[in-house]
Structure formats: structure tokens, C-alpha cells
Design a protein around this ligand. Structure first.
Ligand code: NAD
Length: 374
């Protein structure tokens, strides 16, 4: 048993948007967090979130925040392609800050590799926000595979269907398609769940194709990527990721189905949230971004969780609280490590590379491979 001698936590939050605020609210209620600092480039947002969290310090300059001697940990929750610089700045604090970085570590493989190497050299405890691991069903699924109940796994399938509101919002934020790969942004969650279950197996080859029939004409976007991965022991993994489902699709964000077949058993997991349907005659702001045309909702499909009775309930709460327990009590937690985060980015990029070249690719791919045109 853990000795009950909890350490204090001083939490620096870089990027006080939706996720920074949600995690910050959980931290503000955690007993060992005795200091919170906020950095957001938007001064009004920094002030607003600092007031909501009753923070001790706020600034528009993340460097100023990350130098603070009170900090023992940092949350990097800027938008997806802006994690690198604050992560490197956090590693410079002599307190060896524990880090929780929203995925992906970086948008390019070379940068992700550089950050991973810097983390390794510095020796910080750095974790990546693969929040879906904290849904009970995925922890149980991981446990059942690891404990050998299914025998040697031979075949895996995953189907991730996302409402196109997610894609449209990403393409609106940044039109550069390189920053908006469905695999890097959203498919990576399904990928992490499957690769977590396949821990110990080595992927060696991948074949994928993408299509853009719906989002291409709308915003030069990619609809879907479908691929098959082969492991060194012959295990096969088939993955479908589409973020082009119509706005009227009741799943507001993410619906995932996974099947795992082993020599001695099979497991199918439905995480599509069809078990909780809410229908209304007037729009209630349901969806990734409120959209008046959505009248039916599969409640629970928002990966972070749901606001209920004045607080966020669900995986982001579990993940954040579990991180704080790891920091204060030293308990082991099932968070994704920086190594795993980099590995998932490498695989997501391999799907994109194979789809672009229309060829199978050998795994792992390198940062140079990512730039290949033939
Ligand atoms: N874990 C999860 O379940 C989950 C869910 C959704 C999003 N995310 C991830 O969380 C991250 C943030 O997403 P979000 O939805 O909160 O975005 P958001 O746009 O609401 O918030 C991002 C914030 O970062 C600020 N910012 C940008 N550049 C900055 C800088 N240089 N210094 C300080 N602040 C800066 C912006 O002003 C904004 O307030 C993304 O990486 C996203 O992928 C995680």
C-alpha cells in the first residue's frame, strides 16, 4: 500500500481554453493543489479562467509562467499544433515539472522525436492526454487481453465514426490540410486504444487509403482513412476512421466499435453511445459546437465527458484526477507515456503516408519518410 504522505502540487496551465479550464476546475478542487498559474495568449481568457479557478498567477507569456518556482507540474493544453514550444520551456524549470501534454506531442514526426529525446534526456515524468483510456470499458478490455483470457490475439478491428462538426471545426480553425489529418487528430484515439491492447506486439507493415468525397468539395478536407496493419507475429488490425458523418448523425463527436479475436476467445466492445438517446423538438445546443439542426443526440459521445450537476463527469475527470494522485501519492496510473504518444503519431503519419503514396509502407516510418512523395 502507498504511504499516505502526499506531496504538494503547484500546477501551471498553458492554454486556458476549453480543456485547460476543464482540467483546471478539477485541479482547483484537489486538496494537494495549493498553487495554480495560468498562461493564455488571449489576455481576457487568461483573466477569466484565473478568476474562475481562483488562480494565484496569470499571464499571457507561457515562459514567464513556466519559470515560476511554485510550479511542480504543467498542463500543456494549447491547440493541437502548438504544444512543442511550451513543452520545451516547461522542461527548463529546475523543479523537473511533471507534464501532461494534450495529444499530439507535435504535428510533425521530426519535432515529436526531438521533444521525446529532450524529455528522455531531462528525465521528467511526461504523459500524453489519451483520455479515452480512462473509460472503464477500455481499461477492462486492456486488462482482459493482458491477462491472457483470449489467448494469443490474431485479429483486431476498429471503427471510429465522428460527426463532421469535429472536422469542420478543425478545418475552420486552420485550413492547412497537413494540420488536419483525421488520423492525427481523431483516429489516434482509436489507434491508441488498440495499440495499448496490443502492447508487446510489433507492427511491421501498413496499407491505407483515404477518401474526400464529402469534405473535399466543402473545405478541401479528408473524409476518412481506412487501413490494415500487419504485426511481426502475423496479427492483423483493420481500422476505419471517418470524420465525415452528417451533422444530423446523433453521435455528437466520437463513436467507436472494437473487436478483438484471440485463439481462445473474442471480445466486442460497443462505445457508440447508442444506449442513451436524447431527442428534443427544439435545439438544445447539442453537439461539438452548438448546431440548431441537431435534435437527437447519443449522450456520452463527447470524449472528455459530459457536464452534469455543475461539473464535468467522465474520462477527462478520471484522467486528470488520476494524474493528480500520481503526482501527490506516487500511485501507478494507466496514462499514455511520451514514448507511446510519439509512437501513435508515427503510426498516424504512416496511415497518411500510405494513403498518399497509394502503397504499403514498412513500419516504423522515419521523419524523412513523412516527407516522401514517391
Ligand atoms: N483530452 C481530451 O479529451 C481532449 C478533448 C478535446 C481537445 N483536446 C486537446 O486539448 C488541446 C486544447 O483544445 P481546446 O479544445 O481546449 O482548444 P481551445 O482553442 O479551446 O483552447 C486553446 C487555448 O490555447 C490558447 N493558446 C494558443 N496559443 C497559446 C500560447 N502560445 N500560449 C498560451 N496560450 C495559447 C488559446 O488562446 C486558447 O485559449 C488540443 O491539443 C486538443 O487536441 C483534448
Amino acid at each position: 500500500m502507498q504511504k499516505k504522505n502526499p506531496k504538494r502540487i503547484g500546477l501551471a496551465i498553458v492554454g486556458a481554453g476549453r480543456i485547460g479550464l476543464q482540467r483546471g476546475e478539477i485541479a482547483a478542487r484537489y486538496p494537494q493543489v495549493d498553487w495554480i498559474g495560468i498562461a493564455d495568449i488571449d489576455p481576457a481568457r487568461a483573466k477569466l479562467v484565473a478568476e474562475k479557478l481562483n488562480a494565484d498567477f496569470y499571464t499571457t507569456d507561457y515562459r514567464e509562467l513556466l519559470k515560476r518556482p511554485e510550479a511542480t507540474a504543467a498542463l500543456i493544453s494549447t491547440v493541437g499544433h502548438l504544444h512543442v514550444e511550451p513543452t520545451l520551456a516547461a522542461l527548463e524549470n529546475p523543479n523537473k515539472l511533471a507534464l501532461l501534454i494534450e495529444k499530439p506531442i507535435a504535428n510533425e514526426l521530426a519535432q515529436s522525436e526531438m521533444v521525446l529525446n529532450t524529455i528522455r534526456a531531462a528525465g521528467n515524468d511526461a504523459l500524453i492526454g489519451y483520455t479515452q483510456r480512462f473509460r472503464r470499458r477500455w481499461m477492462v478490455a486492456k486488462d482482459r487481453v493482458a491477462s491472457g483470457g483470449l489467448g494469443d490475439i490474431s485479429t483486431v478491428s476498429s471503427r471510429a465514426f465522428l460527426n463532421r462538426l469535429v472536422a469542420l471545426n478543425n478545418y475552420k480553425r486552420d485550413s492547412d490540410p497537413k494540420l488536419n489529418s483525421p488520423m492525427v487528430i481523431s483516429g489516434t484515439h482509436a489507434l491508441d486504444i488498440v495499440m495499448w491492447m496490443m502492447e508487446g506486439k510489433t507492427p511491421v507493415e501498413l496499407w491505407a487509403r483515404s477518401t474526400d468525397k464529402a469534405l473535399g468539395p466543402l473545405c478541401k478536407g479528408t473524409d476518412a482513412t481506412v487501413g490494415t496493419m500487419v504485426f511481426s507475429d502475423g496479427t492483423l488490425y483493420n481500422s476505419v476512421v471517418s470524420w465525415a458523418l452528417p451533422i444530423s448523425w446523433p453521435g455528437a463527436v466520437y463513436g467507436l466499435e472494437v473487436g478483438v479475436v484471440g485463439a481462445d476467445g473474442v471480445m466486442t466492445i460497443d462505445d457508440t453511445h447508442r444506449d442513451f438517446v436524447l431527442a428534443a423538438s427544439q435545439a438544445q445546443g447539442m453537439g461539438y459546437v452548438a448546431d440548431g439542426s441537431r435534435l437527437v443526440d447519443f449522450v456520452g459521445s463527447t470524449p472528455a465527458g459530459d457536464m452534469a450537476l455543475g461539473a464535468l463527469r467522465g474520462p477527462l475527470h478520471e484522467e486528470t484526477q488520476s494524474w493528480l494522485m500520481r503526482l501527490s501519492m506516487g500511485v501507478a496510473t494507466p496514462h499514455a507515456t511520451a514514448e507511446e504518444g510519439h509512437h501513435r503519431l508515427m503510426l498516424a503519419k504512416a496511415y497518411d503516408l500510405s494513403a498518399r503514396l497509394k502503397k504499403s509502407v514498412a513500419l516504423p516510418i522515419t521523419p524523412q519518410d513523412e516527407l516522401r512523395t514517391s
